[in-house]
Write a protein that binds this ligand. Structure first.
Ligand code: ADE
Length: 344
């Protein structure tokens, strides 16, 4: 190895920016290219076509579900279909009432406003959204105390598309204002993910056999973003080791990344192991698990648990989190007697 570290930009090593650009390249540009979520696509098609036929701006739409399933991609596709300009922001980026007022008053007729992570929007700011969504007006309070008065500004017709990983944190007044619909994105099937991976491999110019695509799919947490990430890492592995990406090379590359045969990462395994080794398999509270492995509660709840539950390795009970016998088996730990079911 050379003693001087390579200069990232000049050495041709992809940097994070290039990786992000790649993500844009892999994003489906048309409904036909968007694989999966068939029910949502059909409903959106009806909503958008009906609005177009009536010459109206589509009503407000809310997407929710675990990260990486394509909420932002759907918003882009809606903007494309309606030929609308899309303004993108996020709950935490809107810090003051004035920030939202400025975004709303700068919209042009027919624009789409996309607010990601809407559950992180400050409650005071959220209240500005209610009249804006319902009646297309912005209430501005001028002055303070007894002399304060409200003036109403009429806004251009617009469509709010919001996304959240935590629907339960949205207030019901906000939720009820998504009159176009609230759509839950579902995890993808392995077959759908394999098709997404094969499509991405073609775009990247990486030859990938069907069984290798399936191997990536089976470790991708039923999530396109993870699948594309793993594909890129497999491509790096194949380039550096000068090998073709067959099923075996994919297995080797992903094992090296600590992504096991079920798609669990070291953080997933740490959660299961902590519950088993420190809390007798549970039930144990979320806070306690988070403290035991020094992980954020929100990451455990939003990223890890949905997948572990989907695989049947973890259960949420009224008394806390509990692992299943399948979790012991996957980690190679003997299943304790009280969890063993006797087959008569
Ligand atoms: N890339 C990310 N999500 C996708 C999807 N649903 N279909 C096709 N390509 C994708």
């Amino acid at each position: 190895m050379s003693s001087t570290p390579p200069k990232t930009q000049e050495s041709g090593i992809p940097d994070a920016r290039e990786d992000r650009n790649l993500d844009q390249t892999l994003r489906p540009a048309s409904w036909d290219e968007y694989i999966g979520q068939e029910g949502i696509k059909t409903n959106l098609h009806i909503l958008l076509t009906a609005a177009k036929n009536r010459n109206q701006t589509p009503e407000h739409i809310l997407f929710y579900g675990p990260p990486g399933l394509g909420k932002t991609t759907l918003a882009h596709l809606i903007a494309r279909e309606t030929r609308a300009q899309m303004r993108m922001t996020s709950g935490p980026a809107i810090e003051k009432v004035g920030d939202l007022a400025s975004i709303l008053t700068n919209l042009s007729p027919g624009d789409i406003l996309f607010i990601d992570e809407i559950h992180r929007l400050n409650k005071l700011i959220e209240e500005i959204l209610y009249p804006a969504m319902e009646s297309g007006v912005l209430d501005i309070i001028i002055g303070k105390g007894p002399s304060a008065r409200t003036i109403q500004l009429e806004l251009p017709p617009f469509t709010l598309i919001a996304a959240t990983t935590r629907i339960s944190l949205l207030s019901s007044p906000l939720r009820s204002r998504f009159s176009g619909g609230t759509f839950r994105l579902e995890f993808y099937t392995d077959e759908e993910i394999a098709r997404i991976v094969s499509r991405s491999a073609t775009i990247l110019g990486v030859p990938l056999a069907d069984d290798a695509a399936m191997e990536i799919a089976s470790r991708s947490r039923f999530t396109p973003r993870t699948a594309n990430y793993l594909l890129k890492r497999c491509r790096d592995f194949a380039d550096v080791r000068e090998t073709t990406l067959d099923k075996r090379a994919v297995g080797d590359a992903l094992t090296l990344l600590s992504v096991d045969t079920l798609g669990l990462t070291s953080a997933d395994r740490a959660i299961l192991r902590a519950i088993i080794e420190k809390f007798h398999g549970g039930p144990v509270g979320l806070k306690t698990v988070a403290a035991a492995i020094a992980e954020e509660e929100s990451a455990i709840e939003e990223v890890h648990e949905p997948y572990l539950m989907r695989l049947g390795l973890l259960e949420r009970t009224p008394r806390g989190r509990q692992v299943t016998p399948k979790a012991y088996e996957h980690l190679g730990i003997p299943v304790p007697e009280h969890l063993q079911t006797t087959l008569l």
